[in-house]
Design a protein around this ligand. Structure first.
Ligand SMILES: [Zn+2]
Length: 334
């Protein structure tokens, strides 16, 4: 900062402090429900606190297509799955038995929702040995051509339960897989979407995008041609707003949808890469959602008390809106 900027900063900070002590705080943007401050609590207690936090969320604007009850239900569901994964499985380091345990947890959930998930298992060099790791892949058939991929990685670095990175993305992925397999989104053996929706839970992202790289590398040219968009969810659970990085025709739409839904959202261009990068290498259109606070990821501090449940519901709303709008968008597909 220049000295002029420093002076300006202190003037603004002082005025803000005076205002805060003189009267009730005025929020520059709608307040977001507080995170859940109960380390070590059971999922049941945490879910109750998340529900209470969500009750304080401001109502969506009149332009919103998803009402407060929809958003609360989506957020509550995603938070519940996040809690289960972090509590029951905990740390799930890439290519370990804990990652396998997490994969089994996900296979069970997807099967309960009515899918036939497949495991894509492959070997990964770790030090001097090859260890097994796996992606989980399932589909919701649509009424037309093409495939849209919705992905999130489920592994963590060692010694981190990865509540934000990336049980948050997995919580939203599970919630959407569950909802979209039921009416009104699914009817007479097919989803309402004019494309097949493919869900992928990637293993071994933390070792260098290995799960998604393996997946993309095994696709034939015809399979690559079928993919219209890859949407990646990684670390969507902490902070006060969402960020989206990817093709302009996608981020532009999501930005407009966020305004309509009253979701705090910003287009970004310099986020750290995640599994969507593997699809970009193949020249596919991608969109990467994350939250604006990634300060604790890849550390033992990435725990559930720093999760903001409302952000999970907001992510689900924006993804649903995008899926429902894709057919009408002017695709900048390459
Ligand atoms: Zn991640």
């Amino acid at each position: 900062m220049t000295s002029r900027q420093v002076t300006l900063f202190w003037v603004v900070a002082t005025v803000a402090a005076l205002l805060l002590t003189a009267c009730n705080p005025v929020f520059a943007e709608p307040p977001v429900p507080a995170s859940v401050p109960t380390p070590g609590s059971s999922c049941a207690a945490l879910n109750e606190m998340a529900r209470e936090a969500l009750d304080t969320a401001p109502p969506p604007p009149v332009t919103a297509r998803f009402d407060a009850a929809d958003r609360k239900a989506l957020a509550g569901s995603a938070f519940g799955y996040l809690c289960e994964l972090t509590e029951k499985v905990g740390s799930r380091e890439s290519a370990t038995k804990e990652e396998l345990e997490a994969a089994a947890f996900l296979m069970d959930r997807f099967t309960e929702f009515g899918y036939s998930p497949k495991m894509q298992t492959f070997g990964l060099w770790v030090g001097a040995s090859v260890r097994r790791t796996r992606n989980i892949i399932l589909e919701l058939p649509g009424r037309g051509e093409g495939v849209v991929i919705l992905g999130a990685h489920y592994d963590t670095v060692p010694d981190s339960v990865g509540a934000n990175d990336n049980a948050s993305g997995i919580g939203v992925l599970l919630t959407l897989a569950e909802r979209l397999a039921r009416p009104p989104w699914f009817d007479q053996g097919a989803s309402v979407f004019p494309f097949t929706l493919r869900f992928i839970a990637f293993g071994s992202e933390e070792t260098g995008l290995d799960g998604s790289l393996y997946y993309v590398d095994r696709l034939t040219d015809a399979e690559l041609d079928d993919i219209r968009v890859m949407i990646n969810l990684d670390s969507v659970g902490s902070g006060t707003s969402l960020r989206g990085q990817g093709d302009r025709w996608l981020t532009k739409h999501v930005s407009e949808a966020a305004d309509r839904e009253g979701v705090p959202f910003r287009r970004k261009f310099n986020e750290r890469r995640s599994d969507e990068q593997s699809f970009r290498y193949a020249w596919l259109s991608t969109l990467y959602f994350s939250g604006n606070d990634k300060s604790r990821i890849n550390s033992p501090d990435d725990t559930i008390e720093f999760i903001t449940p409302a952000l999970l519901g907001d992510t689900a709303v924006l993804v649903l809106d995008l899926l429902a709008s894709l057919e009408d968008l002017q695709c900048g597909c390459r």
